[in-house]
Ligand binder design. Structure first.
Ligand code: G
Ligand code: G
Ligand code: MN
Ligand code: NA
Length: 254
């Protein structure tokens, strides 16, 4: 309860901020975009990570309002980078199922894009399998509208949710993000390798892009490049960074 109150206070007093972790295109070696990751600059505590407060926001429903703030802030940052020497950066935001069911995700996104005058193709959404399944018919409609607008739809933590593959046909999905569970030992565990390769092959057959998360070693990068994974993200390239450091990294990588 104390935490819930502190989180409500945090939203009203602007204590949230976004860090940005680069996604790298394996063909070009260049930064292809970023995942925006929520941080809480809690007075007296320092920087607090999502594991400590996102579950409470999910339970209390506060994630709906904070999620809307994340979309607004990401769009504002995209516009600021586009107008600067950094240039166009595609930013992925994590979206909770409650934002589909209780919030006005489509309205929030349209408003933020319009307000900041950004190219819709610079915004990407990361949804978990459970987020997709929790109100499928409504979610399909919203995602269809957003995709028509030009937004990219990615499935986060792919392969770890409780869902059937049928949704790959029903939902307008652009990209699969291979869960870290299959990436960690991809170069040494034949089962993980088989799953990763099956996801890459399936994604490409369905005309989807594929990204691997949690990439930490040169061997993983080499393996994923050799097997035509499109993008990678992980500590091997960079931890999630504050805005200024991310911008500097893009400029150094050009
Ligand atoms: O940044 P970090 O690796 O600690 O993130 C941990 C978890 O918190 C990840 O699963 C991530 O998806 C989730 N998370 C981070 N930012 C957001 C956000 O803005 N919204 C939601 N719903 N989840 C987030
Ligand atoms: O669930 P989601 O994919 O949104 O979570 C992203 C989380 O993964 C962030 O908390 C981020 O800090 C973490 N992360 C990013 N890169 C790596 C990595 O290379 N290794 C590990 N273990 N975690 C990572
Ligand atoms: Mn994510
Ligand atoms: Na993930």
């Amino acid at each position: 309860l104390d935490l819930e109150l502190a989180l409500r206070h945090a939203l009203e007093h602007n204590e949230f901020l976004l860090y940005y972790q680069p996604k790298v295109n394996l063909r070009t070696g260049r930064i292809a975009g970023a995942e925006a990751l929520l941080r809480w600059n809690r007075p007296g505590f320092g920087l607090v990570f999502p594991a400590e407060f996102v579950p409470v926001m999910e339970e209390t429903g506060l994630i709906v309002r904070v999620g809307a703030w994340v979309i607004e802030e990401a769009c504002r940052q995209i516009a600021q980078w586009s107008a600067s020497e950094v240039g166009d950066v595609r930013v992925a935001v994590n979206v909770s199922s409650r934002q589909f069911v209780e919030g006005d995700l489509e309205g929030d996104i349209r408003a933020a894009i319009g307000r900041h005058g950004i190219e819709p193709s610079l915004l990407e959404l990361e949804l978990t399998e459970s987020a997709l399944m929790s109100n499928a018919d409504h979610t399909i409609k919203v995602l269809g509208n957003l995709k028509q607008l030009g937004i990219t739809i990615a499935i986060d933590d792919f392969g770890t949710g409780y869902s059937s593959l049928a949704y790959l046909k029903r939902f307008p999905i652009d990209k699969l993000k291979i869960d870290i569970a299959f990436v960690r030992e991809v170069t040494v565990n034949p089962d993980d390798a088989a799953i990763a390769l099956a996801i890459i092959g399936m994604a490409h057959s369905l005309h989807m892009q594929v990204i691997a998360e949690g990439v930490e070693t040169p061997a993983q990068v080499a393996y994923l490049r050799r097997h035509r994974c499109d993008e990678v993200q992980g500590f091997h390239f960079s931890r999630p960074l504050p805005v200024k450091e991310f911008g500097a990294m893009v400029l150094a990588n050009l």
